[in-house]
Design a protein around this ligand. Structure first.
Ligand SMILES: O=C(O)CCC(=O)C(=O)O
Length: 303
């Protein structure tokens, strides 16, 4: 069974049983390769200053700009717990968890790395809350949920997607996109993303970049280029705000906000958690409806 390849719809492939008796989750590779891009896509016309207190966060500002940044949202204990939880998942210490995705190496190269070295090549983990109670506790943090409830228009939230985005040293760009372009949710439904820095996320190592107010433009056409993304030419020329955050800081953002992160040329990984919430009673639709809004196929458009 060594080397069985399974292509999924999400640019990921699994190499089941690749670890030959080691107590490690099956390897998944990032199917998108790092590619060059125009550096001005991440030119910071301005740099956001995060609020210092939960009480300072304003729904009105969120509605206007599409995002809110907050420093020290997580305690240092929560940050420590989150890092430990991710490490346990990556190191195969949690039975049955196998959603660890690597980037930048072939599966054969990964297979011979030590556990410490492997950790520095992880790009992404998904669907971990039911396996890791330390991460689950952050997803359910009462202050965070109270804010998400307000940002959803006082509707009861449910977390429908959890991810850890670890942008390793030399880790690739996540091109500009709207998160709603990935979700089969009815277009009338609000989505709030929460992106939480577990290391200092800096201009150098791939912090968030946003186009404030872009959520007001509604669904935007996405193309399969370096990733499933907005065309670079639709981004260039618009004002870009970088959102650096120290570890424990977070950003709330509207599911329609244009955002992206540059590649990480440094030797430090940039770990982050990302949770997406919608109203518990939200209406879901299907891929066809989503692609009618966000897809480019079959339309008279080019990139
Ligand atoms: O953390 C990152 O590098 C980008 C995360 C992001 O925008 C996403 O996965 O939707």
């Amino acid at each position: 069974m060594h080397g069985l390849l399974i292509f999924s719809g999400n640019n990921v492939y699994n190499l089941k049983n690749q670890c030959k008796g080691k107590n490690m989750p099956a390897i998944q590779m990032d199917h998108n390769q790092a590619q060059d891009y125009d550096a001005s896509l991440y030119r910071a016309d301005s740099v956001a200053t995060p609020a210092c207190q939960w009480e300072e966060l304003s729904v009105e500002l969120f509605e206007r700009t599409g995002y809110l940044a907050l420093a020290n949202a997580l305690s240092s204990q929560q940050v420590h717990d989150a890092r430990e939880g991710l490490s346990a998942l990556i190191r195969g210490q949690v039975p049955d968890y196998d959603q660890v995705q690597f980037e930048g190496l072939t599966s054969t190269e990964i297979d011979v790395l030590t556990p410490d070295q492997r950790e520095l090549h992880v790009r992404r983990l998904i669907a971990f809350c039911k396996f890791e109670k330390r991460l689950d506790a952050i997803m359910r943090d009462p202050k965070l949920l109270a804010m998400v409830t307000k940002l959803l228009g006082d509707r009861e939230p449910i977390c429908f997607q959890e991810m850890a985005l670890l942008k390793p040293p030399k880790g690739r760009e996540k091109p500009w996109h709207q998160d709603n372009a990935y979700f089969n949710l009815d277009s009338s439904e609000p989505v709030v993303g929460v992106w939480i820095a577990l290391d200092d996320a800096t201009l150098e190592n791939g912090c968030m970049h946003v186009q404030p107010g872009s959520h007001h433009h509604g669904p935007h056409i996405h193309f399969k280029r370096r990733d499933w993304q907005i065309c670079d030419t639709d981004i260039l020329g618009n004002a870009i705000t970088a959102v650096p955050l120290d570890a424990g800081g977070l950003m709330f953002f509207n599911g329609l906000l244009y955002h992206g992160t540059p590649h990480n040329p440094t030797r430090q990984r940039r770990r982050a958690l990302q949770f997406h919430y919608c109203p518990k009673d939200a209406k879901w639709t299907n891929e066809e409806a989503r692609l009618a809004l966000f897809g480019s196929e079959g339309k008279d458009v080019s990139c």
